[in-house]
Design a protein around this ligand. Structure first.
Ligand SMILES: *Cc1c(COP(=O)(O)O)cnc(C)c1O
Length: 450
């Protein structure tokens, strides 16, 4: 499909102070119609998005370090995605896969079975949202094991539905006022090195010991599944200590607990490999993908060992929109976009360039506590240098300064003191460098160093 629109210029441009007058007007209208329960990281209305730029209704060209929360990794106007979706749109938009079937669903499952870690025989199930896939992974694990309990981790984020809220760690804004929650969810420490009480070198061994203790306290034979993100997303882009994921895998095997990896945010090329768990060589029994899977159309998946995936009675899984044909077409376009390896290479280039800009801040700006992440999933944590007291105020001020200067960044972390970088993998080098200069300038200003 050839677009009739002129390309969006790949440079930062502030036509009107952000948010501009049209965005402010539209935001006022929104406030009279839309529930105030939805926040907005940056209240600007978007006209077009392409490459590394968000063009707003006031003509501002904002550098995108968010990708709609790790979704538009192949770009918001990827030609492979556009072509596949346009062709599908011409044929039909929906049948419901539980009513009559279509090939796109099978093809997406075939790709996931072939490309997710693990060489064993697999089957997949498609859904619409990440939370829905997490819920279904738990359903599958319970059906396959006949056990009730689920082990999750500190700082975990698994979604906003009732079960996944219970699995998510952070209270505000995700859980506050929404209880009671489903029971049978137990939480273990996550081996995050920076804040481990007895020092980073002890994080892995002590966190694994804590997991063993929790399992022992409730009976390991009562646990259907343990669920972990290979790099925690909303929790603050926390890369677990070396050996933690493989240690969990070993514990899961020992007690015949199903090991579930939630790659919703870290997967689909974000970290420079197709999947983040590949960096650790760890293999899940059930593997969850969503976010970047279909380049912006809603699609999620559970992929896993055939014996588990087929343990549920026929008719036991499904959903009206599960694996919608347009979403499947978009996913096939995403797979095509990854085929030549250039996007994965870009993710690694993004890491090299970003680290060159950000790591010097560790020495020059006292309140920068850590620069971490993998590939194009990077973060800067702000904390007082001696006490490690989280500095949400600094993260907030840095984000505000970036937004005013035409760079969209998102804050994350249990304490709200982390700035995360999630640029689309198609971002140009000049634009990336410009965005990083805006960010480093904002950070230095907050510290009075610049
Ligand atoms: C976003 C996210 C989810 C939830 O996905 P939704 O599509 O928002 O329901 C679950 N797990 C992780 C790790 C996520 O980043």
């Amino acid at each position: 499909m050839v677009s009739t629109l002129a390309p969006v210029l790949q440079s930062r441009h502030i036509a009107h102070p952000i948010p501009g007058p049209r965005s402010r007007h539209l935001h006022e209208q929104r406030s009279s119609e839309v529930t105030s329960a939805f926040g907005a990281a940056l209240p600007v209305f978007i006209e077009r998005a392409e490459g590394g730029i968000l063009l707003d209704v006031d003509g501002n060209r904002i550098i995108d370090f968010a990708s709609g929360i790790a979704v538009t990794s192949v770009g918001a106007t990827n030609t492979f995605v556009q072509a596949r979706v346009a062709a599908q749109l011409d044929r039909f938009t929906h049948t419901c896969f539980m009513v009559t079937e279509y090939e796109g669903f099978t093809e997406v499952c075939r790709w996931l079975n072939a490309h997710t870690p693990g060489t064993f025989d697999k089957r997949s199930a498609l859904f619409s949202t990440g939370a829905e896939a997490v819920e279904n992974a738990i359903k599958i694990a319970r059906a396959a094991t006949g056990r009730p309990n689920v082990l999750v981790f500190d700082e975990a984020y698994h979604g906003r539905s009732l079960l996944t809220m219970a699995m998510t760690a952070k209270e505000n804004p995700y859980k506050m006022g929404f209880g009671p929650f489903p029971e049978q969810i137990f939480r273990a420490p996550n081996a995050a090195p920076l804040r481990w009480p007895t020092g980073p070198e002890n994080a892995c061994a002590e966190a694994l010991a804590a997991v063993e203790a929790i399992l022992a306290a409730h009976g390991p034979e009562t646990f259907a599944a343990m669920v972990i993100e290979p790099i925690q997303g909303e929790g603050g882009f926390l890369v677990p200590a070396d050996g933690f994921l493989t240690g969990l895998r070993r514990i899961a095997d020992e007690h015949e607990i199903i090991f579930v990896i939630d790659e919703i945010q870290a997967g689909m090329g974000r970290t420079g490999r197709l999947f983040a768990s590949e960096h650790e060589g760890v293999v899940a029994d059930l593997f969850i993908t969503a976010k970047a899977l279909a380049g912006g159309l809603p699609l999620s998946a559970v992929t896993g060992r055939t014996a588990l995936m087929n343990a549920v009675h026929t008719g036991g899984l499904g959903g009206t929109y599960a694996g919608n044909p347009l979403s499947c077409a978009a996913a096939l376009g995403v797979f095509e976009a990854f085929e030549d390896g250039s996007l994965l290479a870009n993710a690694r280039v993004i890491e090299t360039i970003a680290r060159a800009h950000l790591e010097p801040l560790l020495d020059s700006v006292a309140v920068v506590a850590e620069v971490r992440g993998r590939g194009a999933m990077l973060a800067i944590e702000f904390a007082d240098p001696l006490t490690l007291t989280p500095r949400a105020d600094v993260a907030k001020a840095v984000a505000a300064a970036c937004h005013a200067d035409g760079l969209l960044v998102l804050v994350c972390g249990t304490f709200g003191n982390v700035i995360r970088l999630l640029p689309p993998l198609v971002i140009g080098t000049d634009l990336l460098e410009d965005g990083l200069r805006v960010l480093t300038t904002a950070i230095k200003q907050q510290n009075g160093v610049a």
